[in-house]
Design a protein around this ligand. Structure first.
Ligand SMILES: C[S@@+](CC[C@H](N)C(=O)[O-])C[C@H]1O[C@@H](n2cnc3c(N)ncnc32)[C@H](O)[C@@H]1O
Length: 221
């Protein structure tokens, strides 16, 4: 079975997926995957305040933007970064239809994106594992956080319980979103443990999903 290991392959998948992304992502609810609740938990874990600046890596069509807006308010700022032009076009349509003027959308792969200094929060949901250089992205993100800032990742992983025996089936279920066996060997939560302070890790959906979070590292003296 073909693995989606290069950015070009991932880009091609998401260009195809973009028009129906919001609908198809929601279909996992039929399997009991409470995506909306997990998104809320991840955004809550950022502990954002009104007026804050938050960067979302792999923002896709902007499904998290309403939750982020509710936290940062009109004086805050949301920077959405994504590899795929077609996904960003959907995000731009969402921003326009909601009349938000505090959202900036940037087409970039996460590896070459340069974080602005002093952001209050960095979020990535169901995206960072698709980036081969995720460890570097998390390290640079951690350094860009202002004191008190937080980085939060919500993503899928192979469970450690009996469900791991169903790995080929689980990978098949998320294959439409460019997930492959290669990607299951990527462990962004370990990068959170390496690069951030007070890392936390909690599993959702029988260990198939997780939320990893951490605080900005101490500034170098
Ligand atoms: C499963 S979607 C998740 C979108 C959104 N975060 C959400 O939760 O609905 C994965 C997104 O990651 C983006 N992506 C994949 N690889 C990327 C990379 N290397 N850099 C930036 N974005 C990437 C894709 O274009 C896609 O929009």
């Amino acid at each position: 079975m073909k693995d989606f290991t290069t950015r070009d392959q991932v880009l091609a998948v998401y260009r195809r997926r973009a028009p129906h992304y919001d609908f198809s992502a929601n279909l996992y609810r039929l399997l009991g995957f409470r995506e909306a609740a997990y998104r809320r938990m991840a955004v809550d874990a950022l502990r954002l305040n009104a007026g804050d600046t938050v960067v979302e890596i792999g923002c896709g069509t902007g499904l998290n933007f309403p939750l982020l807006q509710a936290k940062v308010g009109t004086n805050g700022r949301i920077i959405g970064v994504d590899l795929t032009d077609a996904m960003l076009a959907r995000a731009a349509a969402r921003v326009a239809s909601m009349g938000w003027s505090n959202v900036e959308l940037i087409q970039s792969d996460a590896a070459s994106y340069r974080f602005p200094e002093g952001v209050n929060g960095i979020l990535s949901t169901f995206a960072l594992t698709l980036e081969p250089e995720y460890d570097d992205v998390i390290e640079r993100g951690a350094r860009a956080l202002s004191p008190g800032g937080r980085l939060v990742i919500l993503d899928m992983k192979l469970p450690r319980n009996w469900l791991r025996h169903l790995a080929p089936v689980l990978v098949l279920l998320v294959r439409p979103f460019a997930v492959s066996t290669e990607i299951t060997r990527r462990h962004p939560w370990e990068s959170v443990e390496r690069h951030l302070r007070n890392p936390t890790f909690s599993e959702v959906y029988f260990g198939v999903g997780y939320i990893a979070a951490g605080d900005a590292p101490q500034p170098a003296r």
